[in-house]
Design a protein around this ligand. Sequence first.
Ligand code: AMP
Length: 281
Amino acid sequence: MLISTDELAGITDIGTLGFVPTMGALHAGHASLIKVSVRQCDVTVVSVFVNPAQFGEGEDLDRYPRTLEADISIAKEAGADYVYAPTIEEVYPHYPALSLAGEELEPGLLARNWEGKLRPGHFEGVVAVVKRLFDLVQPDYAYFGEKDFQQLRVLEDMVARLQLPVEIRPCFTMRDADGIALSSRNRYLSAEEREQARSIPTALMAMRDAFKEGETGTNKLLNLAQDVLDESIQLDYLAIVDELTLEPIERLTEGCDRQARAIFAGRVASTRLIDNLPFNS
Ligand code: AMP
């Protein structure tokens, strides 16, 4: 099940290769990506690598859950063929420098706002590791969750700009029964905090539902969501953006807006959560 860097070279010409990059602590959200890849590709590789370059100072790199044995079981159960868990030196040959020689990658314009603004260096770390993993695994298709919508768009943009020979396939966000988007970070939440976090999907859905009932002004929708969000939540941002540009939208297209998405980031006690919802869902 575990595959080494050297062994990767032997699987690239077996057929279509699907790749699901993760930071481990796998849950049903990751499993859904794996299952899509398994349905669509001949061979599926899941990587597990906690990428230090995408964590900022004071973020949760040290306490990020590391559960490789359980991850292997979940990946296997979902039908993956291989789990690739490279060492830090394999990903970053100049470690402890987290740099890749000759690969000064720009995360691009889509990385300017939202997560990019609040987490300086985050998307630089994301594009660096994903490009490096693409080079190592050489997939035909790579599966990413809409849960991290800006990340998905930044990576689609990177693949287009660099004309990489891989197709990014977006996958829906999986949620728990209470509506909360599955996330490896949910395990940090106490029962009380989880109750507060429930207001995040509720607020996003309230905006979408009000839009479906005819409200097209995004300020009104955002005010409505603010009222629904638990007041203990420290908001980083709540916005309605164009999916292509990630720029805020002032007025939605009545009836069906195919390109608008509500995005949220904030802190429930010490846990930072992100979520988003398309208006056409
Ligand atoms: P992570 O391990 O958090 O880096 O996530 C690895 C991949 O799984 C990314 O493409 C995420 O967008 C995706 N993912 C995380 N949570 C979910 C979810 N609840 N539903 C679907 N995909 C998810």
